[in-house]
Write a protein that binds this ligand. Structure first.
Ligand SMILES: NC(=O)c1ccc[n+]([C@@H]2O[C@H](COP(=O)([O-])OP(=O)(O)OC[C@H]3O[C@@H](n4cnc5c(N)ncnc54)[C@H](O)[C@@H]3O)[C@@H](O)[C@H]2O)c1
Length: 362
């Protein structure tokens, strides 16, 4: 697919979910790389997990701004607040939108569906509406909307690796259904209003200052306090773990190449729309993952040398909403953007363990 190059300099870039794991890393990276740009970070700072971690990430962004050639502005706002989002667009006219704000987590969606409808459906719809109206009165408007989808849209697909061309009509959690809905909504807005849109299906992102609800983080907390960890599907699960720096690099590459606008034979826009997987393309068995994690936790002295991981493993059946395998085919990303994640799991988990030790002062 042909792309329009977008410079990251002299732009107003909106990142939603900027206090989140991926958003904060992206904001920091942008402040490092962009010149004369304004990065607007939006987050509602909800308490799905430890808010202090979100505040800590916001602090890291502020520190980076001090040495940046770009400006940074944080606005506490919920993307489901239509008027608030409209006011933001009217005041700042962002040219690049990176929508990462969402209620994440598969298991949480089983007991807390409202949060997913509010943030992932209503919130995303508000972003699309603002993108649509950004062209009102002949304004240049939004050059590229990039939004987070998820590997969970592949549901229980058994054909691996997962390709963007595979059928993804059978989500097994509400979370996955909202992410698939985002892709559909984006397609219709892209077609109707000629908005260049790219959806990114992230695969199990991990790293320093990551999400405490994810296995590598919650296992670390449990093992440290000598609690057992549950390994689902009796250990027969594989995950395509993708290191945060690879995700950030991938997002940056994608943002800079927006799908081209074309007119079709019906004289209407051919939707400038694309979807990419961003994953490591190297799924790891959960049992291997747990062993590597415990080895790295021992190396950093978070766990004592004599710690025997086997004593702490509890094999349990599959949970509703979970899938046995995730595995990204990244050939489209490689072809169109010349990029493929490369960080191996041990290296990434070492970085996490070192950060964890410092952050919790162990
Ligand atoms: N981390 C992963 O493994 C992974 C995998 C696939 C997809 N994703 C998607 O990537 C995006 C970022 O994920 P993350 O891991 O950084 O999650 P995160 O929970 O750390 O970050 C999301 C941020 O969005 C904020 N937020 C939530 N609802 C909001 C709302 N209505 N208005 C404003 N802010 C809101 C939260 O406070 C949080 O800071 C999400 O859309 C997530 O679904 C993540």
């Amino acid at each position: 697919m042909t792309k329009t190059n977008i410079s990251m300099n002299n732009q107003t870039i909106l990142i939603t979910g900027c206090a989140g794991f991926i958003g904060a890393n992206l904001a920091t990276y942008l402040l490092d790389k962009c010149q004369n740009s304004t990065i607007i970070g939006v987050d509602n700072l909800n308490n799905y997990y430890d808010k202090e971690l979100k505040e800590y990430r916001l602090e890291l962004i502020k520190n980076k701004e001090r040495v940046s050639l770009s400006k940074y502005l944080f606005i506490k706002l919920d993307i489901s607040d239509k008027e608030g989002i409209q006011n933001l667009f009217e005041e700042y006219h962002p040219s690049i939108i990176i929508n990462l704000a969402a209620q994440a987590g598969v298991r949480y969606s089983i007991k807390n569906p409202d949060a997913y409808i509010s943030s992932n459906i209503l919130g995303f719809y508000n972003i699309l509406e603002c993108c649509r109206h950004s062209y009102d009165g002949g304004q240049p408007g939004v050059k590229h909307l990039v939004y987070a989808s998820s590997s969970s849209v592949y549901g229980g697909n058994t054909k691996v690796p997962f390709s963007e061309d595979d059928l993804v009509d059978h989500p097994v959690s509400l979370y996955a259904a909202t992410k698939k809905s985002n892709e559909l909504l984006a397609h219709s807005y892209s077609k109707l209003y000629n908005i260049p849109c790219t959806g990114l299906r992230f695969f199990t992102v991990y790293g320093p200052a990551g999400r405490p609800d994810m296995a590598y983080f919650s296992f670390t907390e449990k093992l440290r306090t000598c609690q057992k960890i549950n390994i689902f599907n009796n250990g027969n699960c594989k995950r395509d773990f993708t290191y945060i720096n690879d995700i950030v690099e991938g997002v940056m590459r994608v943002v800079q190449g927006a799908p081209n606008r074309f007119t079709g034979s019906d004289n209407l826009p051919v939707p400038p729309y694309a979807i990419y997987n961003i994953g490591n393309s190297n799924p790891e068995n959960l049992m291997d993952f747990v062993h590597i994690l415990s080895e790295e936790l021992k190396k950093t002295k978070i766990l004592p040398d004599k710690f025997n991981i086997e004593d702490y493993i509890e094999l349990v059946p599959m949970q509703p909403g979970d899938v046995p395998v995730t595995y990204a085919d990244t050939s489209n990303l490689e072809h169109d953007y010349g990029f493929k994640p490369t960080t191996d799991l041990r290296t990434g988990l070492r970085e996490f363990a070192e950060w964890y030790k410092k952050y919790y002062n162990i």
